[in-house]
Design a protein around this ligand. Structure first.
Ligand code: MSP
Length: 600
């Protein structure tokens, strides 16, 4: 229970500054225009002394964030999941021609990190360096195309968030607090939410009773404004069922929360109060803004804001929704900074129904998955098989079946067999413009409709449905080529040649479109497809969504030698060893069958 207002604000804490009482915040309004604002410099801080006005600008960058990951332990598949999804969205936006600023990074302060470092026998900063580097290395393995990687221990971040005021002065007070703290959540818990023995429902570990004297943020003052914002901006929190959850929290009453810690040394010191450090969540949320700082610019919150704030999308897991959809908007309102446009809370990857996590130790190792199956398989499986927004369980059998069926067979094998036929019969050359080849052909319309569907799904963040729509093009391509059987037409000699070669062009054009439309999800596979189709890596990198329009392959274009773009996953487990000879024989048979299909 908080024992409130025991102290008055006793110093000129530079952490907090006043914003105009006239300030109106709306998530509909986007970019702060400083034309009418005056800033005066005082004690190294910028104080906004008049009302900021907002304007929307179509040329605003698409600023996308993942959470900043705790570095208490190396990343696991659950943490990688948010980043894979964010990467797919960032790549899609770039295909649309948007300037994208994709922010990820690590959250490195606080008690949980200090304890993890101590348990490893290292200093907090050594520990953070190693784990943070592990995140970067994993992002590289997973083909994550981030633009900014922020560490909350970066000096720029500390300079822009710790050293200057953020919240309105009247929103801060000092008080004693006593309550049950979950170190893994880094949060005081409401006792009603706890399980037996005061266990945190998320981490299944007992919370610890704490009593400290802290600075508090008057969240309760923002209840009405938050309620209004949520009503006026029904898409602010997505999926919609999470919006209902957020509205429920706000309606049930908001409690002030502490924004400093007296007992934690590993953190950014509160200016003018060396006994307190800034609460790790407060520190990390500001990282979304300080990440926007450019290397050659003065590190201040204002310069960061001018480099692209507000965020277009915060992508997070459902466990940290309250911080992002309630605490963070209220903090921003207090500071007079515009709100992010959207917060999307996805579900959990689970193992045996429990959230996969570092604290429970039931994790799946992403590096091992990438080394065994490659980045495209890992990205595709989790984005296609887990409905974005809901929970999803991993099973190796399902993983292998899906990847083999969709990437190796439906897409990879279709390309391989079609290119094989083109090589054998047409010297790997496109014999007619794809636009001419498909004139009056219903297949072209099917592809066009599916591409439009995929785009719509990407825009709505329905990543699984976007994958489905693109895969359907591959399925339709397989049906088309099987029905048309160009291999038989080629056998008829000149009379069948024109139709058969047109059919190959039609199928290859569809695969070219698949490569672009699936590139946000499977960037390496898409590049391999594109290069087999005879394009350079530079051409692939310059491609835009508009090139999913039918008609890219032109008469005279030469494709390259067909090689499987995606090898089937073949696994031999211990229990299989006894029958491994039999298995090898059946695999050989299967390979022969596949070869026949390729030859066909
Ligand atoms: N440091 C905070 C975030 C601060 S953002 C300003 C934090 N870090 S975390 O490492 O614990 O979690 C980061 C993200 O990983 C969260 O969005 C969380 O939901 C996500 N996941 C962690 N385990 C997960 C699964 N098992 N499944 C899906 N996502 C999960 O919270």
């Amino acid at each position: 229970m908080a024992c409130r207002v025991q102290y008055s604000i006793h110093n000129s804490l530079r952490l907090f500054f006043s914003s105009s009482p006239n300030f109106h915040t709306s998530v509909k309004c986007q970019r702060i225009s400083l034309r009418n604002s005056k800033f005066s410099l005082s004690k190294g801080s910028l104080y906004c002394t008049c009302r900021a006005s907002y304007t929307t600008n179509a040329a605003d960058p698409f600023v996308l964030t993942t959470p900043l990951y705790y570095v208490n332990a190396p990343p696991h598949m659950g943490s990688a999941y948010t980043t894979i999804a964010a990467d797919a969205i960032a790549r899609f936006q770039r295909l649309l021609g948007k300037e994208v600023i994709f922010i990820t990074g690590t959250d490195e302060h606080g008690e949980k990190i200090a304890s993890a470092a101590a348990a490893n026998g290292s200093s907090p900063s050594e520990h953070c360096d190693i784990i943070s580097e592990g995140y970067r290395a994993l992002w590289k393995e997973l083909d994550i195309s981030y633009d900014k990687f922020i560490r909350t221990t970066d000096s720029n971040h500390e300079a822009s968030s710790g050293g200057q005021g953020v919240l309105a002065k009247g929103d801060i007070y000092r008080a004693d607090y006593e309550g049950l703290y979950c170190v893994n959540c880094e949060e005081y818990k409401d006792e009603k939410e706890l399980l037996d023995d005061n266990c945190c429902p998320m981490h299944l570990k007992p919370c610890v009773r704490r009593k400290e004297d802290n600075y508090f943020f008057a969240l309760s003052k923002y209840q009405k404004q938050l309620e209004e914002i949520l009503i006026e901006n029904p898409d602010f929190v997505q999926p919609s069922f999470r919006m209902n959850e957020v509205q429920g929290w706000v309606k049930s009453g908001l409690r002030d929360f502490s924004i400093s810690r007296a007992s934690v040394n590993w953190g950014i010191p509160v200016p003018n109060d060396a006994k307190q450090t800034i609460y790790v969540w407060f520190d990390a949320l500001l990282g979304y803004i300080s990440a926007l700082l450019e290397d050659n610019k003065q590190p201040s919150l204002q310069t960061a804001i001018f480099s692209g704030w507000p965020a277009s999308l915060h992508l997070i897991g459902k466990d940290i929704l309250r911080f992002h959809a309630v605490y963070w908007p209220a903090m921003l309102m207090s500071a007079g900074i515009s709100l992010p446009k959207k917060v999307f809370g996805h579900g959990f990857l689970t193992k045996d129904g429990m959230k996969m996590g570092k604290s429970l130790g039931n994790t799946l190792e992403p590096t091992e998955l990438v080394h065994r199956f490659g980045p495209d398989a890992v990205r595709y499986f989790f984005l296609k098989e887990v409905e974005f927004g809901g929970d999803g369980d991993y099973s190796e059998d399902r993983f292998i079946n899906i990847i083999n069926a969709n990437l190796a067979n439906t897409i990879g094998n279709l390309l391989n067999r079609t290119l094989g036929l083109l090589r054998k019969n047409c010297q790997s050359t496109i014999t007619v413009d794809s636009a001419i080849a498909a004139e009056g052909n219903a297949f072209k319309d099917i592809v066009g409709n599916l591409v439009d569907k995929a785009r719509q799904h990407y825009e709505n963040l329905e990543l699984s449905s976007a994958c489905e729509a693109v895969l359907e093009i591959g399925t339709a391509g397989n049906v088309y080529i099987d029905e048309k059987a160009p291999w038989s037409l080629f056998k008829q000699g000149e009379s069948g040649f024109e139709t058969a070669s047109k059919d190959l062009v039609i199928v290859l054009e569809a695969i070219r479109i698949v490569a672009i439309a699936l590139s946000p999800i499977t960037p390496s596979l898409s590049l391999r497809i594109y290069t087999q189709l005879g394009y350079s890596e530079d051409q692939f990198n310059a491609v835009s969504w508009s090139e999913t329009r039918w008609g890219g392959l032109k008469f005279g274009h030469i494709t390259t030698e067909p090689k499987p773009v995606f090898a089937r996953i073949e696994l031999e487990t211990d229990s299989n060893n006894a029958t491994s000879e039999a298995k090898k024989a059946s695999k050989k048979k299967e390979r022969q069958k596949t070869q026949k299909v390729v030859e066909a």
